[in-house]
Design a protein around this ligand. Structure first.
Ligand code: ZN
Length: 126
């Protein structure tokens, strides 16, 4: 079996091992929308070593959004609070989903957020 497969599987196990920490941190609800459905760790930085900063506990719907599904306007509002998190996987991940929509309040909300200034400029540029 190719090396990439094993490395990937090991990584999945590493990520899964953070599930408990993330669950406690998020009060066992989705760290983006507060939902409770099928919570699993989501990998914000698949190219970096997994850590609580690069992982967020997300519900099934938010994981779909994270993978590129377009959010409904009413869903966007439930992600807004996530921008205020000091955990990059939560704030930056949610900002990326929000900015894919062209809702006028989104850019303003991201600008006001506490996301690292350099990252914020990068997000707003895209
Ligand atoms: Zn969610």
């Amino acid at each position: 079996m190719a090396k990439g497969y094993d490395a990937n599987r090991e990584r999945q196990q590493d990520v899964a091992a953070f599930g408990k920490i993330l669950g406690k941190r998020g009060g066992f609800s989705c760290e983006w929308c507060g939902g409770k459905g099928d919570l699993r760790p989501w990998d914000h930085r698949p190219d970096a070593e997994p850590s609580p900063e690069t992982l967020a506990l997300l519900c099934a719907r938010c994981r779909e959004l994270a993978e590129g599904k377009q959010a409904e306007p009413n869903e966007l509002h439930s992600l807004r609070n996530a921008l205020w998190s000091d955990i990059p996987a939560i704030a930056e991940g949610a900002a990326r989903v929000l900015l894919r929509s062209k809702e006028p309040w989104v850019r303003e909300a991201v600008e006001e957020s506490l996301i690292d200034e350099g990252v914020k400029q990068e997000l707003l540029k895209g």
